[in-house]
Ligand binder design. Structure first.
Ligand code: OSB
Ligand code: MG
Length: 368
């Protein structure tokens, strides 16, 4: 049994090493809340809220996460006896939505729980694979720079490349990359920028042997994704559509997708993510680990998830230096022969750099 006695929130602003554009927005820095939970027996866990400052990806934002953490989540969990992640999730289920806010707390707790069990988190989740093959998600850029980025990614050893597309920027970059890299595991992500009237674009993309097309159509549209999936051969992968296992079931039953981009933050935590993995594997849906431009904290949880058996499709988990010139963990993930190595230490798999957290925090609050 454990009890939380304090929740600290560090409002962070981390500059990105390079800017990143997709069909919806351009990011040059990351603002988020770093959450530090302390138990009565002195264990400490760290998590982060991965929502963006504006609701371009999900309705949650940095501000709604902070509001939910302070006003709804902390009052639900403070001084409660909590045995394990399942018990915590039962409590958090009283809250509707706010998946990114709750999963900051939920992942922190998994770190504490793993520490208590004297195990690395990836082992606790059932994995014995500490070396995870990963991919890279490249933002929109002019063709020349994009080709250089693809080349650099391949040379570095990334085993799968994803590029961002939008109407007017789709067939040309795919065709150009394919000419130089006929066997590269390549895919595209539209972040919902198209609709079914654009079917000809997808018919054309169908010829390039893509691994999948991620979120071609708008956020909640299961019906039109199903219609499109019946027309094209390439797998459709859903990202923004998937907030819960119920969404995965709908996608599967309607035939809206054959792959799921799984992000623990979007589905409310690792516990829910594990359920989704089980469902996908049982029903023949390809499931793989997505990313949210997390700091080393969030990406440690991605890595633990991505190390699980059956998640061998390379995730959107690049090495730290691809995102940050300075990360806030003491073990910034580094690519070794196309793999990221999970530190074999008990707990969540990282130690926080207090110095860099202080350097990049705009505000620190304590709740008891
Ligand atoms: O659509 O998968 C996405 C980043 C932020 C928000 C949404 C997405 C992405 C990425 C990059 O594609 C993933 C990463 O490298 O962290
Ligand atoms: Mg996506």
């Amino acid at each position: 049994m454990m009890k939380f006695v304090e929740m600290k929130i560090y409002r962070m602003k981390l500059p990105l090493a390079q800017s990143f554009s997709n069909s919806q927005t351009t990011l040059t820095y990351r603002r988020f809340d770093l959450v530090r939970l302390t138990t009565t027996t002195g264990e400490v866990g760290w998590g982060e809220t991965v929502a963006f400052e504006t609701p371009w990806y999900t309705s949650e934002t940095v501000t709604t996460c902070h509001d939910a953490l302070v006003n709804y989540i902390w009052p639900l969990i403070r001084n409660k006896e909590i045995a394990d992640p399942k018990a915590l999730n039962l409590i958090l289920n009283k809250l509707k939505g706010h998946h990114m806010a709750r999963s900051a707390v939920e992942t922190s707790f998994w770190g504490i729980y793993a520490e208590k069990n004297k195990q690395p988190l990836y082992r606790l989740l059932g994995s014995d694979n500490a070396a995870v093959a990963v991919g890279i998600s490249l933002g929109m850029n002019n063709l020349e720079d994009l080709m250089q980025e693809v080349q650099a990614a391949v040379e570095k050893g990334y085993t799968r490349v994803k590029i961002k597309i939008k109407p007017g920027w789709d067939i040309l970059p795919v065709q150009t990359i394919r000419q130089s890299y006929p066997h590269l595991k390549l895919m595209v992500d539209a972040n919902g920028a198209y609709d079914l009237a654009d079917v000809d674009v997808f018919k054309a993309l169908d010829a390039y042997d893509l691994e999948m097309i991620e979120q071609p159509i708008g956020d909640d549209d299961f019906i039109n994704h199903a219609k499109l999936q019946r027309i094209i051969r390439t797998k459709i992968c859903l990202d923004e559509n998937i907030h819960s296992i119920e969404d995965v079931k709908v996608a599967h039953q309607l035939g809206s997708a054959r792959a799921i981009n799984l992000k623990w933050a979007r589905v409310g935590g690792l516990f829910n993510a594990l359920e989704i993995i089980q469902y996908c594997q049982k029903h023949g849906l390809l499931v793989w680990c997505g990313g949210m431009f997390e700091s080393g904290v969030g990406r440690s949880y991605n890595l633990a998830l991505a190390s699980l058996e059956g998640l061998d499709f390379p995730g959107d988990i690049s090495e730290s230096s691809r995102y940050w010139s300075e990360d806030i963990v003491e073990q910034p993930q580094k690519l070794v022969e196309g793999r990221l190595l999970i530190p074999k230490i008990s707990g969540a798999g990282f130690n926080i750099s207090k110095k860099r957290v202080e350097k990049y925090s705009e505000k620190i609050e304590s709740f008891i």
